[in-house]
Ligand binder design. Structure first.
Ligand SMILES: Nc1ncnc2c1ncn2[C@@H]1O[C@H](COP(=O)(O)OP(=O)(O)OP(=O)(O)O)[C@@H](O)[C@H]1O
Length: 322
């Protein structure tokens, strides 16, 4: 058995590789999650996020490299590696004909009656108080995801691992999930989550690893990412695109104006240069019909660092497991 100390990283992944035949699903990935932080693993579909989390949970073994959780590793400590760890891969699974409370009670029994009864407390944390006696079959997808978090919290974990917790949620559900992760992090819980949405990790994560085709495309803080982000692009609709382009080329070297794939123009430049350009269009009486951000600078960077495309975000209908 390995003794763990407070100085141990919550998660320490060193040079982990996993192959499926010729495909390298995870390619020499290293990352370190400090206790108390919210860490995001970001990447498009197929980047290797779930494979990495599966290895952390011991569901599959790496071909090479090591994963330690609070100083424990699968090779030395086997299932004790998961002491203090809870979470779910893909989506949590429940009995739909039982209530939320009955599902949680069942899981508590399965985990051993030694666990303290935190049922009411965890229901409150995930904002399901008042709905606990409804059948899970009638829950929205977001409520099920939150019940999954509640099930994890029953174990009083030190580390919560969530695989794309906002996947498949509507905007309200995404907001609720983000607020929940923030609350948990504020309470001192270490959270490792995966996502393929930059805006999901941007607000809540301290550090991120961006993965692409199994490899690490970026490691660092959100502030580091912001410093690398390109100027924001804006979709411009005018009554005279030809003149709008001509004005940009002649008088605004800091602004790039290009035809947008779906019609109109995309103008890219610093905020100050773009404002001056738009003011000039107005002065020249070019009819201005729309001026809207195409995507945030961080999203733009994400698309630059990975193979993701803005319309690439497909919702998975994968088999759910707890
Ligand atoms: N059991 C498996 N057998 C063969 N290939 C697999 C297996 N599991 C994953 N892969 C492949 O490994 C790559 C990484 O998949 P993974 O599910 O880890 O990606 P992901 O980043 O989680 O993407 P998604 O958001 O689509 O789940 C993909 O190309 C996937 O097809």
């Amino acid at each position: 058995m390995t003794l763990t100390t407070d100085a141990d990283p919550a998660v320490d992944v060193v040079g982990v590789t996993k192959r499926y035949g010729p495909l390298v699903a995870v390619d020499d990935v290293s990352l370190r999650v400090a206790p108390g932080e919210v860490y995001g693993i970001l990447g498009p579909n197929g980047a290797g996020k779930t494979t990495l989390l599966r290895m952390l949970f011991g569901l599959i073994r790496p071909d090479s490299g090591t994963i330690a959780v609070f100083g424990r590793s699968w090779s030395r400590d086997d299932v004790r590696t998961l002491d203090g760890v809870a979470g779910f891969i893909e989506s949590p699974k429940f009995y739909p004909y039982l209530t939320g409370r009955q599902n949680l009670e069942g899981l508590r029994l399965l985990d051993g009656s030694g666990l303290p009864d935190r049922l009411e407390e965890v229901l409150d944390v995930v904002d399901l108080t008042g709905r606990e006696d409804d059948k899970v079959g009638g829950y929205s997808y977001g409520m099920r995801q939150r019940l999954g978090v509640a099930a994890s919290l029953l174990r009083s974990p030190r580390l919560l691992v969530l695989d794309e917790p906002a996947n498949g949620l509507d905007p309200g559900g995404i907001r609720d999930m983000r607020a929940l992760v923030k609350r948990l992090a504020d309470g001192g819980l270490t959270v490792l989550l995966s996502s393929h949405h930059m805006d999901e990790v941007e607000e809540i994560c301290d550090n991120v690893t961006i993965m692409n085709r199994g490899s690490v495309a970026f490691h660092g803080t959100i502030d580091d990412l912001r410093a690398m982000a390109p100027d924001p692009g804006h979709l411009l609709r005018t009554g005279d695109d030809r003149q709008a382009v001509a004005i940009g080329r002649a008088r605004h070297p800091g602004v790039v104006v290009e035809p947008a794939p779906d019609g109109g123009l995309v103008a890219t430049g610093s905020e100050r240069d773009l404002s001056a350009y738009v003011a000039d269009l107005v002065r020249a009486e070019v009819p201005l019909l729309a001026f809207t951000p195409t995507r945030t600078p961080l999203e733009a960077l994400f698309f630059m660092l990975t193979d993701a495309r803005p319309d690439d975000v497909r919702l998975r209908g994968k088999e759910a497991v707890r």
